[in-house]
Write a protein that binds this ligand. Structure first.
Ligand code: GLC
Length: 683
């Protein structure tokens, strides 16, 4: 039964406000149950008391989950991870991270979802619901504006109020509707005040405006001052530190913190203890099923970026569950691939694929990876698949490699990053592939016209140096222990690719807003404002290598019959048909963007306000409906301190990517005069 706070001494209360050790809350010598927390967003990373990391299923990184645009897959991801928390007595998983991808240089972008707050928040909401459906808590992080790694403990994110509201808080606001048990504050400062002691953010916004009623926990070591964090409403300092209790006791004796503050935070923590103790926990998957879930979620998030001459899938015969493509395309292609010279796979990432980025989110898995070559052989026994163990990545690759590459009917080159390149604690200095990898792709293209590039990476890569040499490009992402199985299914055609980019691939680092500089070690000025990601590239009218929301399929979809039905003052239902006009069953991610045609403030060209991922079988049509509401049209007006919808024309854009408008129509919003600007002058 719930601990009565009146039975706790002041010392017990103050100790409860700081961790017992690295991963547990204080237990008052057994008087209170302790809550055990562990990382991370891509699967359990529990550091046992003996210092060893417990093995767990390495799920796809959240960047891959986001490329999947699938609410169901995000929910399944959460449920799967919760299983191993239950098996290992972990009460709260320290995930998901929803920080916005403002620059591709941020070392932790692999661990976050998107450059767009609506997509990031919507998928995080499903992930949280999935985890918590199993009686395990979550920690929505890092609150907020932690958008780079260098100097993260001392750097201030300088952001104007409207940008904060519309871009850097919105993903948290949406995800909070799944009621995460905890929210983790970030290390950095926001407008000169540490997140851990930022009353405006922790109380005025998080508690009062967003209605959060769980525990606010610090990032590990993020608390600078015991009393300032209490006054700002940060409940729990993690991890345990020797001076934490003394700091609080001294502050109490000086009257800097009072009983009301202490009791408020203690009550939040006691509620967390009760939730953890009373939750109905049930493991639902076997080890094999958890692995299968990792493969399934990876398949949703792998993105086909280029596929000239329809060179993929390698075996059209496996499309449509083996029914294959109609006509003789399949036979022709299969003969070409299997008899002429088979497929040569190059690059040791095909044998040891990077499963995820580095740092607290890295999961140690017991699963033994199978190399891409043997997996392709399994699925296409007739295929001659060779692996080149002499990496052609070195400029001095053996002549034999090139001879084999010339003979092959297709060459698959596996390139990209690993956790030494994309990691917590450090930002990237470049977004290019390693020079040797770029060279290898370009060299191979001079001797074989069918170069298929597989990219393993957690964040944007500058493809400009080699994209023209590749006939096909598959973005494998950082997709966990199931990545090669998922890739083999997609490369052979057993699965039709359906992923779409949740982060723009810019033409070059110089073409991004931040370029190669991330401000001074102390201040990062967010003077791009709300124009982040595709919002920036649209406003600057810049070309991009591959746009936000882009991804190819083996199928082909046509959009038609757009209808917009008014359901309430600012509630609309946007409906349209998606028809699969190909011979291949596939899933399509349709996206709904809103454009305020004439606004009295600067607004993005378009903003994502809805999306749907639907299976559309060959020849069939699906009617898709996406809801819009007041916030779909609103911007934050800092003069009026409120979300504002201005009367006038709004364009509703139904897109297959942020740069491919398939259908569009206008609506005219005509709210009562008193809701408009004039109300400001009435006050
Ligand atoms: C790290 C990370 C945070 C993680 C925590 C515990 O520094 O910033 O995401 O959950 O500490 O490892």
């Amino acid at each position: 039964m719930k601990i009565d706070i009146s039975t706790l001494t002041l010392e017990e209360k103050l100790r409860l406000l700081t961790g017992k050790d690295a991963w547990r809350t204080y237990d008052a010598n057994g008087k209170i149950s302790s809550v055990f927390v562990s990382d991370g967003p891509h699967g359990l990373r529990k550091v046992a008391d003996n210092g060893e990391t417990v093995k767990a299923t390495a799920m796809p990184n959240l960047s891959t989950v986001a490329n999947g645009w699938s609410r169901e897959a995000a929910y399944l991801d959460g449920r799967t991870i919760a299983d191993e928390c239950i098996k290992n007595d972990v009460d709260v998983i320290l995930a998901p991270g929803v920080n916005i991808k403002r620059t591709p240089l941020c070392g932790r972008n692999f661990e976050y979802l998107s450059e767009d707050p609506f997509l990031a928040g919507t998928l995080a909401k499903e992930y949280i619901a999935g985890v918590q459906s199993k009686g395990v808590g979550t920690s929505l992080k890092h609150f907020c504006a932690n958008n780079c790694e260098e100097d993260r403990l001392s750097k201030t994110s300088e952001i104007d109020e409207r940008t904060l509201k519309e871009i850097y808080l919105t993903a948290f606001e949406i995800a909070l509707s799944s009621k995460p048990w905890t929210v983790m504050c970030a290390y950095n400062l926001i407008n000169g005040v540490y997140a851990s002691e930022n009353k405006y953010l922790l109380k005025d916004i998080l508690r009062d405006e967003f209605g959060f009623d769980g525990v606010v926990v610090s990032d590990w070591g993020a608390v600078q001052s015991g009393f300032r964090r209490m006054r700002a409403g940060l409940d729990l300092e993690m991890p345990f530190r020797d001076h934490s209790y003394d700091d609080l006791k001294k502050a109490y004796d000086k009257g800097l913190i009072d009983d009301e503050m202490i009791n408020t935070s203690v009550e939040h923590i006691l509620k967390l203890v009760e939730k953890a103790k009373n939750a109905k926990k049930k493991v639902e998957f076997t080890d094999e099923e958890r692995h299968e879930n990792a493969v399934k979620i990876a398949e949703e998030g792998i993105v086909l970026l280029k596929n000239d001459d329809g060179i993929l899938p390698l075996n059209p015969g496996t499309l449509n569950g083996g029914a294959g493509l109609s006509g003789n395309v399949a036979v022709e292609r299969l003969e070409q691939i299997t008899t002429a010279g088979g497929v040569l796979i190059i690059g040791d990432k095909s044998v040891n694929p990077p499963l995820g980025g580095g740092g607290s989110a890295y999961v140690e898995t017991a699963f033994k990876q199978r190399d891409l070559k043997s997996l392709l052989k399994d699925k296409m026994s007739e295929l001659q698949v060779e692996y080149c163990n002499r990496s052609v990545m070195s400029p001095y690759a053996s002549k034999e490699t090139y001879v084999r590459a010339k003979k092959a009917s297709a060459v698959i080159v596996c390139v990209g990053n690993d956790r030494s390149v994309e990691t917590e604690g450090r930002d990237r200095a470049s977004i290019k592939l390693h020079a040797d990898e770029e060279k290898a792709i370009n060299r191979l293209a001079t001797i074989n016209e069918n170069v298929i590039v597989v990219v393993y990476a957690g964040s944007a890569i500058d493809v400009s140096g080699w994209i023209d040499s590749a006939k096909a490009v598959v973005w494998a992402g950082f997709s966990g222990e199931g990545v090669n199985e998922a890739l083999a299914d997609i490369l052979t055609g057993k699965v039709c690719p359906s992923g779409k980019l949740a982060e723009t691939l810019p033409t070059s680092l110089e073409d991004t807003y931040c370029g190669s500089s991330l401000g001074s070690p102390f201040v990062e000025r967010y003077d791009d404002g709300i124009f982040v990601g595709y919002r920036y590239y649209d406003a600057a009218d810049k070309e991009v290598a591959f746009p936000f929301g882009f991804g190819l399929s083996y199928a082909e979809f046509e959009y038609s019959d757009l209808a917009i039905e008014k359901k309430g003052e600012l509630d609309y239902a946007v409906s349209f048909n998606v028809k699969n006009v190909s011979g291949v069953d596939g899933k399509e991610v349709s996206q709904v963007y809103v454009k305020d045609v004439f606004a009295t403030v600067a607004r993005p060209e378009k903003e994502l306000k809805g999306f749907s991922k639907d299976l559309v079988k060959s020849g069939e049509t699906v009617r898709v409906t996406v809801p819009l509401n007041a916030r779909s049209f609103a911007y934050y007006n800092t003069a009026m301190k409120k979300w504002m919808v201005e009367n006038g024309e709004f364009e509703i854009l139904v897109c297959s990517s942020s740069r491919e408008v398939r259908l569009k129509a206008s609506i005219f919003i005509d709210l009562p005069e008193e809701t408009q600007q004039s109300v400001y002058y009435l006050d």
